[in-house]
Design a protein around this ligand. Structure first.
Ligand code: MN
Length: 298
């Protein structure tokens, strides 16, 4: 099943536009992966300048394909992020962060992913992790870098990223003209997002910036790069997440009331989340809630 992106303008200083493949009208989540935004490649002048804003009930996983960003958060973290590294922020009961792309790189190309936290841990204290040494391996002529969990075909090589449900996340680069047959964990559903180049999945061309969804039970996937440059995919997978959630703005909660409370506390600057200094300044208020009751759903 093909998941096509929606184009969404973010409320940031530079008004950047992202391609959002999850949540999608055809599929809300893949495992606990609840949100997939793909940004760029774009010139640095349209870079990322996202002032302090909160999150709850989720983890953010930021993955650069090109360019560098500076992450700061309410735990006091200051972390530059480069291609091949992972920033993983666990919001738990509440965290705030800001993101600024650094002008020393010409091009910015990235994905930002959200992972829903299971009910048992969603009120945990916030955490931040940076991973610079992630397992990388060659499969035929293709290169895979696993940033979350492990790939079925290389289950002895796992990312150390701390996760709270069974998941996989990997970047795979397939050279021009190459084929790749990749083993998958059949207890997972998967999504394959094509971020660069040309690629056929099971002999069907996958449009650039779209995601191919593979249901639970899929054991093998075939890729063929028929283009004349490298193809890059982001592979996401996980066990279907069976808890109904409410996702609104930057929060993942379980009820309308919880969303309302997070919103009010943040906007009243009474969230208990410490304020922090960065190179952006300012603070992003939550927008108005829609005039309806948000309902938890799967
Ligand atoms: Mn954020």
């Amino acid at each position: 099943m093909l998941l096509e992106p929606r184009y969404v303008k973010l409320s940031t200083r530079t008004g950047i536009e992202v391609r959002r493949t999850l949540p999608n009208a055809r599929k809300r989540m893949i495992g606990a992966w609840a949100f997939v935004d793909h940004f760029g490649p774009t010139a640095q002048t349209d870079g990322m300048v996202v002032a302090a804003h909160p999150h709850s009930g989720l983890q953010t996983a930021t993955w650069m394909i090109e360019g560098r960003v500076e992450h700061r958060d309410s735990l006091g973290s200051v972390q530059h992020l480069e291609p091949g590294q992972l920033n993983l922020m666990t919001a738990g009961r509440g965290i705030a962060h800001s993101e600024l792309s650094l002008a020393d790189s010409k091009t910015l190309h990235a994905v930002q992913l959200w992972i829903a936290l299971p009910d048992a841990v969603r009120k945990m204290a916030p955490e931040f992790e940076h991973h610079a040494n992630l397992p990388t391996f060659q499969i035929g002529s293709s290169m895979a870098k696993v940033f979350a969990g492990s790939l079925a075909s290389q289950s002895t090589l796992s990312s150390d990223a701390k996760l709270y449900s069974p998941l996989v996340g990997a970047e795979i680069r397939i050279p021009a003209g190459a084929k790749l047959e990749l083993e998958l964990d059949p207890s997972f559903e998967h999504g394959i997002l094509l971020v660069e180049g040309q690629l056929a999945v099971h002999d069907v061309d996958l449009p650039l910036h779209s995601m191919e969804y593979l249901e639970v039970g899929t054991r093998l996937v075939d890729f063929e790069n028929s283009g004349d440059s490298e193809a890059i995919i982001v592979l996401l997978g996980g066990e279907p997440f069976d808890e109904p959630i409410v996702m609104w703005w930057n929060f993942i909660e379980r009820s309308h009331e919880e969303i309302l409370e997070m919103r009010e506390k943040w906007n009243n600057r009474d969230s208990g989340i410490p304020e922090f200094a960065d190179n952006i300044g300012g603070w992003t208020p939550a927008p108005e809630l829609p005039n309806l009751t948000l309902r938890a759903r799967l």
